[in-house]
Write a protein of this length. Structure first.
Length: 539
């Protein structure tokens, strides 16, 4: 092989974005055992959680390829921005009205309609036919049992052939009208004025809240429970399961505060669909987004521990990542040269710095497919014109890769830690393992002054500054910085001399600042040694 094959500096083994990686993803998909769990409707786990680059989208794409009854719903296609732009909904939310029941109704309605349309091929029917009549004919013997469900379907039957966004808008418009009518009956000449909300007296505000809450509580979510019962009988064939998939929930598809409320209601709805045995709602969420949803909606009664059984943790081990890399190397080389199987052993040195080459590479990832792909692509750029990749090429590529991964951390956590790159400066040119005290007082003081003037602000940044202001020796600030570094994956923590080093990439997702004491040591992840100029111990 080495006599003929040469890397081109334009070669790659894939790209970071799964949607743009079709060339390699289709042939090189590695199932780490989660696909069967996810497609088993009897398994509670239906919310795929993982970090950016862990392969969530790739997993969902493979599910869609294997199952014809997989329906993907894009958050952007649902017209949910209509809710953010609704003056009456924003008004009652500002007054503290809990709209969770309405949001759950909205999700149930969307999912129910999508399943029924798919199951009965509604798109092929004449627009004059009513879906409720057709379903009634299929279940005439059980008509009375399902009458309430059929009444609901009949009520909304005129919009069953419309696009999803039209149905969302119609349901929301109806709810808005009921809110206005109810509040207007209590407060004559009521007019929503977001800029002048304080013009209402406390008594009027109480009336508005009571009226709005009554409208919310009157939402006919029970009727949709009957519809779920009906769906359970309609989807009676276990060989024909239906999957409703929602990805990209971390994008800006709706105003942030409303987005968190809608995601919480979406998680509730996924749980509600347990009763439909041969249908499953599947969501994709990043760890940081789950944390924010819990934190931002906690006052509304959301309890994370109640939903842990829904989560499917997307994690990888070294063997799986090696298998993924080998599959992609093999495809790159074979498509130009040979029919023989080619792996990393054919093109990498045996060892790098006394460590097996694959161990060296994988130890510098956050145990995610994206990291392995990006590192090896950087190696290929160094190997242009050569048949193999030398140890020196890997170490040169590591500098480029390490800088890109540090920028990636900043992008991934920008909403939580908008100044994480500035915080990371306190690690520069230090040893790979340091004590909290090695973050000097001068560094803490300089950091505090800079962050006080920083924009944009975030809830996490505000917390950090409160820690900085609580003590003159900056002990709290150091603990908070260590907890933040651990959470984003910059460091592992050895809490006490008797504890092992723990990493958020392979263990607990977060450690609170209160758990971190004077004996805690920070171990900088090898992924960032080069970009931070870490003085690593050489074997």
């Amino acid at each position: 092989m080495t006599d003929k094959f040469r890397f081109r500096d334009t070669d790659t083994i894939g790209v970071a974005d799964a949607e743009s990686d079709s060339v390699f993803l289709e042939d090189c998909f590695v199932d780490n055992g989660l696909l069967d769990l996810l497609t088993d409707c009897r398994d509670n786990r239906r919310i795929v959680v993982g970090r950016t680059g862990a392969g969530k989208t790739a997993l969902l794409n493979r599910l869609k390829e294997k199952h014809v009854n997989a329906i993907e719903i894009s958050p952007e296609s649902l017209a949910l921005a209509y809710i953010s732009n609704s003056d009456i909904l924003q008004f009652v939310l500002r007054l503290g009205v809990n709209l969770d029941i309405f949001f759950r109704l909205l999700w149930r309605h969307v999912f129910t309609v999508e399943i029924i349309k798919a199951r009965f091929d509604v798109g092929s029917l004449s627009g004059k036919e009513r879906i409720a009549d057709w379903i009634r004919s299929q279940f005439s013997a059980k008509q009375k049992r399902h009458e309430k469900a059929l009444e609901y379907l009949e009520r909304w039957g005129s919009t069953f052939w419309e696009q999803t966004d039209s149905r969302v808008t119609e349901v929301t418009t109806k709810f808005e009208s009921e809110l206005r009518d109810s509040i207007g009956a209590a407060i004559p000449n009521f007019k929503v004025d977001m800029a002048d909300a304080e013009k209402f007296t406390q008594e009027q505000k109480a009336q508005i809240v009571n009226r709005a809450t009554a409208v919310v509580n009157s939402v006919q979510i029970q009727e949709l429970s009957y519809v779920l019962d009906l769906l359970n009988e309609v989807l009676s064939d276990p060989q024909r399961p239906y999957y409703l998939i929602i990805d990209k929930l971390d994008e800006n598809w709706v105003e942030e505060r409303v987005r968190f409320l809608l995601i919480r209601a979406l998680i509730e709805t996924a749980r509600d669909f347990f009763k439909v045995q041969n249908a499953k709602i599947i969501l994709c969420l990043r760890y940081d987004l789950v944390d924010r949803v819990v934190r931002e909606t906690r006052s509304a009664g959301f309890q994370e521990e109640k939903y842990e059984s829904l989560f499917l943790d997307l994690s990888w081990n070294s063997d799986q990542l090696m298998h993924l890399l080998d599959a992609r190397i093999n495809k790159l080389v074979r498509q130009r040269y040979t029919t023989q199987v080619v792996t990393h052993r054919d093109i990498l040195p045996h060892t790098i710095n006394g460590q097996p080459a694959m161990d060296y590479i994988i130890s510098r990832t956050l145990m995610r497919p994206r990291d392995v792909i990006m590192f090896f692509n950087a190696c290929i750029r160094q190997a242009g014109g050569n048949p193999a990749i030398s140890g020196e090429m890997v170490k040169t590529a590591e500098g480029e890769y390490s800088r890109s991964r540090l920028r990636s951390i900043a992008d991934e956590w920008s909403s939580e830690y908008p100044k994480i790159l500035r915080l990371a400066n306190v690690l520069k040119e230090k040893r790979e393992a340091i004590s909290l005290g090695e973050i000097t007082e001068d560094e803490c003081l300089e950091l505090t002054v800079e962050l006080l003037a920083a924009t944009p602000k975030s809830s996490e940044l505000d917390s950090l500054l409160r820690h900085a202001e609580q003590t003159t020796d900056f002990a709290n600030l150091r603990r908070y910085i260590a907890a933040a570094f651990y959470r984003v994956g910059l460091v592992g923590l050895k809490i006490t001399p008797y504890d092992p080093v723990v990493w958020s990439t392979s263990g607990r997702n977060s450690i609170s600042a209160s758990e971190i004491g004077p004996e805690t040591r920070l171990h900088v992840h090898p992924c960032f040694w080069r970009s931070l100029g870490i003085k690593a111990h050489q074997p």
